[in-house]
Write a protein that binds this ligand. Structure first.
Ligand SMILES: [Zn+2]
Length: 119
């Protein structure tokens, strides 16, 4: 498995992209600052959570646009139930995808070596 695929797979498992064992999250809403196994820095500054938020937003909106377009253009589903479903999805999915999105950002920082640089 390539390094990129392995890092992304580890991100979805909420594991460290470097050692593949350390948990990224200490508690449901607390990301660790570094890996408890290999000391890889997960979050150098508090503002780095923005990357995970962007991943979460882009994935959510992409799904809403693609699914909404396909259903609106190629099916006879009434518009109101479709919009209601998509709005509920756009509210619930980012909450469920919070951990993988933050973990994916950690993997991207690891792959680009951005989390090993010093200021
Ligand atoms: Zn690690």
């Amino acid at each position: 498995m390539s390094r990129v695929l392995r890092a992304l797979f580890d991100a979805l498992r909420l594991r460290c992209p470097q050692c593949h064992r350390g948990a990224v999250f200490a508690s449901p809403f607390k990301i660790r600052t570094q890996c408890p196994v290999c000391d890889l820095v997960f979050e150098r500054a508090s503002g780095e959570m923005t990357g995970g938020m962007v991943i979460n937003l882009v994935v959510t909106e992409l799904i809403v646009v693609v699914v909404g377009s396909v259903y609106a253009l190629f099916t006879t589903v009434p518009l109101l139930p479709l919009l209601t479903t998509l709005i509920i999805f756009a509210i619930v999915f980012p909450i469920l995808f919070y951990h993988p999105a933050r973990s994916l950002w950690v993997a991207i920082l690891y792959l680009t070596k951005a989390n090993t640089e010093t200021d």
